[in-house]
Design a protein. Sequence first.
Length: 93
Amino acid sequence: MKINETTLTKGQTRKLNALRKSLGNEIADNAFAKWMKTQTKDNSVLIDPVAEKIKVALSSLVHDNAFRLGSKGYIIKRSKGKGASGFAVSRVE
């Protein structure tokens, strides 16, 4: 079975090369083709739970005209240092 290697991801290419090295080209191509059929075509994006919490926390400010993030936005970090608590916010320039 002929496999179009240009459409494979980096991880899939590594897997195919490892199979070819250990099993030989013909057997590896067949095994890889069977493995590819078992893989789902799920293109959904994983949602970051922390980003969702920040979005929910800021959602009440959407209609507040005094609250603007600008075009470049801000960076939010945890405060560092002995006894530090809270967050440090800086503007992206």
